[in-house]
Ligand binder design. Structure first.
Ligand SMILES: NC(=O)c1ccc[n+]([C@@H]2O[C@H](COP(=O)([O-])OP(=O)(O)OC[C@H]3O[C@@H](n4cnc5c(N)ncnc54)[C@H](OP(=O)(O)O)[C@@H]3O)[C@@H](O)[C@H]2O)c1
Length: 314
């Protein structure tokens, strides 16, 4: 009989566990085993409340905190509510990241985003491109808050020797995505538009269709985050993507074919395109040994199946 004591589970707080990214990482850690996953709904713990968040972190003594809670939205929501985006994200990050440090949490993984890189920058975008140019105006307030979070993690790592680091996913999609057309990102919005259109009627899509975007299924994001957590050499800022992108036109046509819509696509070029291209350089991630598994057409089918089962009314 072995006399070795079983390894203690890593106690981890997944902040934002009901969201797209947070739910994927919470599911993955539960499935993996060896992790004691702790979650709180917004009603149980409002992360905008500094005193409550700091008290919770001090009491729980986590080994790891994953910051997947944020105020998130597409171009329209970012343009209409810029003050909410900057103030809420600054508060959530500061409460969680600085609160974790004060509570002596040794490791923290923060979720950044490819949309905080400069608007005009060489493609694919390496991690070093951060702050090398002007931000995309449609989401600059959100990006400034995210960049503050990245620097807070870096500064705590430098000053106090903790392992606080940031993963930068591209456009994420999958179970628990937001399909509300007023606030959603492009991929779930298109799934809904094509699903709700009569099969042979036109569907209007925002912009010119020319911008290029990179997409990663949330199960791949979760797999990559777990990989990074378990590889201590992963540090600083790490792009987490496929390193490839498609035009919005290609994306729309793929979704149209998965949904089975046969009508024309009309492009509303009076609406903003946002970034001309966002494709991340994933050399650092590939060098660490991680690669994505879910290709875009397969992932869209999975996302559409989930939408039909959980969201669609017909
Ligand atoms: N979605 C993407 O395409 C994408 C791409 C790159 C990076 N990311 C990053 O990944 C992270 C998560 O994004 P997501 O798409 O998963 O967002 P999401 O689906 O909107 O989930 C955000 C989560 O944060 C929670 N939350 C927000 N404010 C809160 C508060 N005051 N108190 C407690 N909980 C609060 C939400 O709670 P409720 O459930 O109560 O609303 C929700 O569970 C973000 O940092 C984002 O920048 C996302």
């Amino acid at each position: 009989m072995s006399t070795r004591a079983p390894k203690k589970a890593t106690k981890v707080f997944v902040a934002g566990h009901r969201g797209l990214v947070g739910s994927a990482i919470a599911r993955r850690l539960e499935y993996e085993g060896g992790y004691e996953v702790v979650t709180r709904t917004r009603q149980e713990l409002d992360l905008l409340d500094q005193a409550a968040t700091h008290a919770f972190l001090a009491e729980q003594k986590f080994d790891l905190v994953i910051v997947a809670a944020a105020k998130v939205g597409g171009i329209r929501a970012n343009s209409e509510y810029p003050a909410d985006f900057i103030s809420q994200n600054l508060a959530i990050e500061s409460n969680l990241i600085w609160g974790s440090h004060l509570a002596d949490v040794p490791a923290l993984l923060f979720l950044g985003s490819s949309c905080v890189y400069p608007r005009e920058t060489a493609q694919p975008i390496p991690e070093e491109a951060l702050l090398s140019g002007k931000l995309e105006p449609t989401n600059a307030p959100y990006a400034v808050a995210k960049i503050a979070g990245i620097y807070l993690c870096d500064s705590i790592t430098k000053q106090f020797g903790r392992r606080y680091f940031t993963a930068m996913p591209p456009n994420v999609y999958g179970p628990n995505d937001n399909f509300d057309l007023k606030t959603s990102h492009v991929l779930p919005a298109l799934i809904r538009k094509f699903h709700e259109a009569l099969p042979d009627r036109p569907v209007t899509v925002w912009g010119s269709g020319k911008p290029k975007r990179e997409f990663l299924h949330s199960d791949d994001v979760a797999d990559a985050l777990l990989f990074l957590i378990e590889h201590p050499e992963a540090s600083g800022l790490i792009n987490v993507g496929t390193g490839t992108s498609v035009t919005i036109r290609q994306l729309a046509e793929t979704i149209q074919s998965v949904v089975g819509h046969t009508g024309p696509i009309e492009w509303d070029s009076s609406m903003p395109d946002g970034f001309p291209e966002k494709t991340m350089d994933v050399t650092k991630l590939h060098g660490l040994g991680w690669r994505h598994r879910i290709e875009l057409d397969q992932g869209i089918q999975l996302a559409y199946d989930w939408y039909r089962e959980h969201v669609a009314e017909r």
